[in-house]
Design a protein around this ligand. Sequence first.
Ligand SMILES: [Zn+2]
Length: 108
Amino acid sequence: MIDNQLAELLYLAFILSTTILLIYTTLSILKLKKPEEESEVTPITLLRCSSCGYEKTRRFKEGDYVGLVDQGTMCPRCGKPMVVHAIYVEGESELISMTLFKKRRRKK
Ligand SMILES: [Zn+2]
């Protein structure tokens, strides 16, 4: 009888520790994932010359938006100011310019 109870207790302890381990593992995975999502991404701004189509990229600057005429960046071919054509994060094919702006505004 005592042996049976001991076995039951051991079984229960085993189940309990497995559950705790599982919860702990899940939590640590979630904790590991979070900073990755919130980590500072460096968006790239793609500039295109409206007259000759020359394209160049640079790091995203605060205030950049698609359609902005960047008076500070001149086209090396024809000397005209370049227009922000796209804003994206390296490694991601999808353009997320709108999402980025919403996020940045929310932070303030
Ligand atoms: Zn040009």
